[in-house]
Design a protein around this ligand. Structure first.
Ligand code: C2E
Ligand code: MG
Ligand code: MG
Length: 757
C-alpha cells in the first residue's frame, strides 16, 4: 500500500506520461527490430543471465555497504530469483506500461532499502561486461570495450552525483530557509491527515505547551482533548466550515491546555488539501498569542470600566443588558429588573465644593451601592452621577423594590469628606426587563420612572407604569407649545401682595409678579414650565416681557393712588448672565417710568453659587441704580452665609417650606427664627413667604420679621382683580385687615382658596 502510494507520487513527479516515454525511446533510436532481436535471443541468453546474477552477488559481497544489505541468505535467494526474472524480461520485453511500472517499482524499493545509485549503476556495468563476453569471442576487443564501459560508467556515476548534489543543495537551502523562518516566527507546525486521522506536530508546537513532541499522540484526539471546553464547539465549527469550503482558510483563536493544566491562548492557521482522493489533509501553524490576548483583554477591560469608581461603564452595560434581555426570552428564567439611580442635586456638590469632592462622593456612593448587592447583581456607572443596577435573578418583581430601598437607605448615611459631613440622596427608577423589550425601551422606561421619582420629591424610588409614558408624552407636547406661548400672547402675570407687618399694624407695601401660562381653559403654574424655558434659553425673552409688564403695571398702580407700591420680579440666572442685562433693565425702567427703588429683583442662591466676578459686578451695578435685590427661597439651597455678606442684598425671603411648619414644628420654627434673626442682624429686610394661618402670622410677627406674603393675605391675583382691592371694591382672604373699615368676616377659608384658579 505504502509503496503503491509512493509510486503514484513518484510517477506524478517524474511526469512519465506516454509522450515522455516515446521521446526517450526516440532519443535511444529504439526500433521495432531492436525489440525483436532481443526477444529472439532471450532464450539463448538465459544461462549467461544466471551466471551474471551469481557473478554480481559475488562481486557485491566484496563491498561493505551492499554486503550488509545481503546478510540473510533467504532474502538473497529471493532477490537473485527476481533479478533473473528481470534480466529475462529485459531481453524478452514487451516494453509496455507494465514494464515501466515494474522498473520504477524496483527503483523505489532499492532507494527505500538505502542502496545508493553507484552500486546500482555499477551492477549494470558488470552486466554489460558479462553479456559482452558471452556474446563475443574476440578477447582483445572485448577487454578494450570492457575498459571503455568501466570508464563510461564511472563518468555516468560522477554526472549523477553532480546532478543529485546540486538538487540536494537546493533542497537543503530551501529547508534551511524554511527552518530559519519557522524559528523566527516561533510558530508550531501541524499536519493532520484527516481521512486516516494521523497527526504530526512539530517540536515547537509541543514545546509551546511545555511538552515534548513524543508525548503527544498521533491522532487528532491528543490535540483536541487539550482545547478549553468552552472553546471546543467554535473550534470544531471553524474546522468544519473550512473543510466544507465555506472559508478560504482555517483561522481560529482558542485556549489550549499546557502540561501544568493552565491554559494559553493560541492562534491556529491552516488550509485543507484534498487534491488526492482519499487523502484529505490539513496543515498549518499555531502561534502563542497569550501576551497579545492579555493586552487585548486589558484594553477591553479599560474600555468597559470607569476609571474613577472601577465600576463597569455604559459600554459594558449595553452588552450586559442585551444578553439579559435575550435570557429573559427563554423559558424558566426568573424575573429581572433595571434600577436607574441618579444622585439628587449632585451638581450642587460639584459647584460648591469642587470636582475633587464630587469625585470623592461618587467613589463612596459606588462603594455603598455595591455593598447592598448580591453576587449575581451587576452595578454600572452610566455616566456623571448616574448608576445602573441590573438584577437578573429575582423571585418576584417586588424584590427590585426591596433592593432599591436598601440602596436608598445606605446612601442616606452621612458621608464624611475632609472636615465636612454631607448627606447625599438619590432617586431611583425601576423597570422590569421585558422579554420582547429592546435596550432603548428598557432605558427609556427606567428613565421615565426616575423622572417620576424626582418629580415626587427625590430621595425615593418609582416603578415604571404605562401611565408615565402618557405623562412624558404630555410633557413633550407642553414643551413644544411653550416655544410659541410668548408669540401667541399666552402668558399673563398674577400679583401677590406683600405686607409690612408690625405688632399692631399690617399694610400692603408691594406685590410679587408671578408668571402664568394660559393654555385654553388651563392656567399652568411656573413650576411646570420655568425649568423648560430655562433649558431652552427662552426664559430670556419671557423674563424681559415679565419685567416690562410688571414695571408698567406697578407704575400704573402708583399713578392711581398706590404711590409707594413696590414690585418684586423673579429673575432667572440665565437672564442675569446676559452681558447687556443692565442696559436692558434701564430701558424698561425708563419706558415704564417706574423709579428703580420701586423694583425688587428676586434672585435665588443657585445664581450666587457660581460666585464669579461678572455676577458680582452686575449685582453691584443694579444696586447702584437703586434697584433692590432680594434673595428668594433662602434656606432651600446651599444656604451659605458668605453670600449674604459678599453680595449687595437688601432683602431676605424665608422660604415657605420653613414658615409652613411654624409654630407647631419646633425644628422648622427654630430654623425660621434663625433665618429671620440672621437677616435682621445683617440689616436686611426679612420677608416670610407662605404665611397661611393666624398662628404663622403671629409667629413671624413675634420674631420681628418685617414683611410677610402668603395665602393668609391673598393668593396671587390677576392685575384687574388686585385693582379692585386697591379701589376698595373687594377684599379677599386676610386682606380685610388692610382696609380702612374692615368687616369681621372669616379671614382664612381654605375651601375658598382652593377654588381660586
Ligand atoms: P417664588 O418666587 O418663591 O414665589 C412664591 C411662590 O409661592 C408662588 O408660587 C406663590 O403662588 C406661592 N405662594 C405664595 N404664598 C403661598 C402660601 O401661602 N402657601 C403656598 N403653599 N404657596 C404660596 P408660583 O406662583 O407657583 O411660583 C412658583 C415659582 O416660580 C416662584 O417661586 C418663582 O421661583 C418662579 N417664578 C414665578 N414667576 C416667575 C418669573 O416671572 N420668572 C422666573 N424666573 N421665575 C418665576
Ligand atoms: Mg419669588
Ligand atoms: Mg420664594
Amino acid at each position: 500500500m505504502k509503496i503503491t502510494n509512493d509510486l503514484a507520487e513518484l510517477l506524478k513527479r517524474t511526469r512519465l506520461d506516454p509522450e515522455e516515454i516515446a521521446e526517450r525511446f526516440r532519443f535511444l533510436d529504439w526500433q521495432e527490430e531492436d525489440a525483436k532481436r532481443l526477444s529472439a535471443a532471450a532464450q539463448r541468453m538465459a544461462p549467461a543471465q544466471q551466471a551474471f546474477v551469481d557473478h554480481l552477488y559475488r562481486h557485491l559481497e566484496q563491498f561493505a555497504t551492499p554486503s550488509a544489505l545481503l546478510r540473510m541468505p533467504e532474502v538473497t535467494a529471493r532477490l537473485k530469483q527476481s533479478q533473473i526474472e528481470y534480466y529475462q524480461r529485459l531481453w524478452a520485453g514487451p516494453y509496455d506500461d507494465d514494464y515501466v511500472n515494474g522498473r520504477l517499482r524496483i527503483g523505489v524499493i532499492h532507494q527505500k532499502v538505502g542502496l545508493e545509485l553507484k552500486w546500482y549503476l555499477g551492477g549494470y556495468r558488470l552486466y554489460l561486461d558479462d553479456m559482452l563476453s558471452s556474446l563475443f569471442d574476440d578477447d582483445r576487443s572485448i577487454t578494450l570495450y570492457s575498459s571503455l564501459l568501466k570508464a563510461v560508467f564511472f563518468d555516468i556515476s560522477l554526472a549523477i552525483d553532480t546532478y543529485s548534489a546540486a538538487q540536494h543543495k537546493a533542497l537543503e537551502d530551501s529547508e534551511a530557509r524554511f527552518a530559519r523562518a519557522l524559528r523566527g516566527a516561533n510558530d508550531g507546525l501541524w499536519d493532520w491527515h484527516v481521512d486516516q486521522d494521523r497527526l504530526y506536530v512539530s517540536e515547537r508546537w509541543a514545546s509551546m505547551l511545555g511538552l515534548s513532541r513524543d508525548s503527544i499522540g498521533e491522532t487528532s484526539a491528543s490535540w483536541f482533548s487539550r482545547i478549553h471546553p468552552d472553546d471546543l464547539p467554535d473550534f470544531h465549527q471553524a474546522i468544519d466550515a473550512h473543510l466544507k469550503g465555506q472559508t478560504p482558510s482555517f483561522h481560529h483563536e482558542y485556549r489550549i491546555r499546557q502540561h501544568d493544566s493552565s491554559y494559553i491562548w493560541v492562534l491556529v492557521r491552516g488550509v485543507a488539501d484534498a487534491t488526492t482522493p482519499g487523502q484529505l489533509r490539513m496543515a498549518g501553524s499555531q502561534s502563542d498569542i497569550s501576551a497579545y490576548k492579555g493586552a487585548e483583554q486589558r484594553l477591553k477591560h479599560t474600555a468597559r470600566h470607569d476609571s474613577l469608581t472601577g465600576l463597569a461603564n455604559r459600554m459594558r452595560f449595553d452588552e450586559q443588558l442585551q444578553s439579559a434581555l435575550l435570557r429573559q426570552g427563554k423559558n424558566g428564567t426568573r424575573e429581572a429588573a433595571l434600577l436607574f439611580i441618579d444622585l439628587d442635586r449632585f451638581k450642587l456638590i460639584n459647584d460648591s465644593l469642587g470636582h475633587r469632592a464630587g469625585d470623592h462622593v461618587l467613589v463612596e456612593v459606588a462603594k455603598r451601592l455595591n455593598g447592598c448587592l448580591r453576587p449575581g447583581d451587576q452595578l454600572f456607572r452610566f455616566g456623571g452621577d448616574e448608576f445602573i443596577v441590573l438584577l437578573d435573578d429575582l423571585a418576584c418583581s417586588s424584590d427590585a423594590e426591596h433592593v432599591a430601598q436598601r440602596l436608598l437607605d445606605s446612601l442616606r448615611q452621612p458621608l464624611h469628606l475632609d472636615n465636612r459631613t454631607l448627606v447625599v440622596s438619590a432617586s431611583i427608577g425601576i423597570t422590569p426587563l421585558q422579554d420582547e423589550g429592546t435596550t432603548l425601551d428598557t432605558l427609556q422606561a427606567a428613565d421615565l420612572a426616575l423622572y417620576r421619582a424626582k418629580a415626587a420629591g427625590k430621595a425615593q424610588f418609582a416603578r415604571y407604569t404605562e401611565g408615565l409614558q402618557i405623562v412624558a408624552q404630555h410633557h413633550l407636547e407642553l414643551e413644544s407649545s411653550l416655544g410659541q406661548a410668548l408669540q401667541n400672547d399666552e402668558f399673563e402675570l398674577h400679583y401677590q401682595p406683600i405686607c409690612r407687618i408690625d405688632q399692631d399694624h399690617v399694610h400692603l407695601t408691594g406685590v410679587e409678579a408671578l408668571l402664568r401660562w394660559r393654555r385654553g381653559e388651563r392656567l399652568i403654574s411656573p413650576l411646570e414650565f420655568i425649568p423648560a424655558l430655562e433649558e431652552s434659553g427662552e426664559i430670556i425673552h419671557v423674563g424681559e416681557w415679565v419685567l416690562r409688564q410688571a414695571c408698567r403695571q406697578t407704575r400704573a398702580w402708583q399713578l392711581t393712588g398706590q404711590g409707594g407700591l413696590r414690585c418684586s420680579v423673579n429673575i432667572s440666572s440665565r437672564q442675569l448672565q446676559q452681558a447687556d442685562f443692565v442696559p436692558r433693565l434701564i430701558d424698561i425702567l425708563q419706558d415704564s417710568g417706574l423709579p428703580p427703588s420701586s423694583l425688587i429683583l428676586e434672585i435665588t442662591e443657585s445664581l450666587l453659587m457660581h460666585d464669579n466676578a461678572e455676577t458680582l459686578s452686575c449685582l453691584n451695578e443694579l444696586a447702584s441704580l437703586g434697584v433692590q435685590l432680594a434673595l428668594d427661597d433662602f434656606g432651600t439651597g446651599y444656604s451659605s452665609l458668605g453670600y449674604l455678606k459678599r453680595f449687595p442684598l437688601h432683602i431676605l425671603k424665608v422660604d415657605k417650606s420653613f414658615i409652613g411648619g411654624t409654630p407647631d414644628d419646633s425644628e422648622l420654627s427654630t430654623i425660621s427664627r434663625a433665618i429671620i434673626g440672621l437677616g435682621r442682624s445683617l440689616g436686611m429686610e426679612v420677608v416670610a413667604e407662605g404665611v397661611e394661618s393666624d398662628a404663622q402670622l403671629d409667629f413671624v410677627v413675634g420674631e420681628g420679621c418685617h414683611y410677610a406674603q402668603g395665602y393668609w393675605f391673598s393668593r396671587p391675583r390677576p392685575a384687574a382683580n388686585l385693582q379692585q382691592l386697591f379701589s376698595g371694591e373687594d377684599c379677599f382672604e386676610g386682606l380685610w385687615c388692610l382696609l380702612p373699615d374692615a368687616q369681621q368676616t372669616p379671614i382664612y377659608d381654605p375651601a375658598a382658596t382652593e377654588a381660586e384658579q
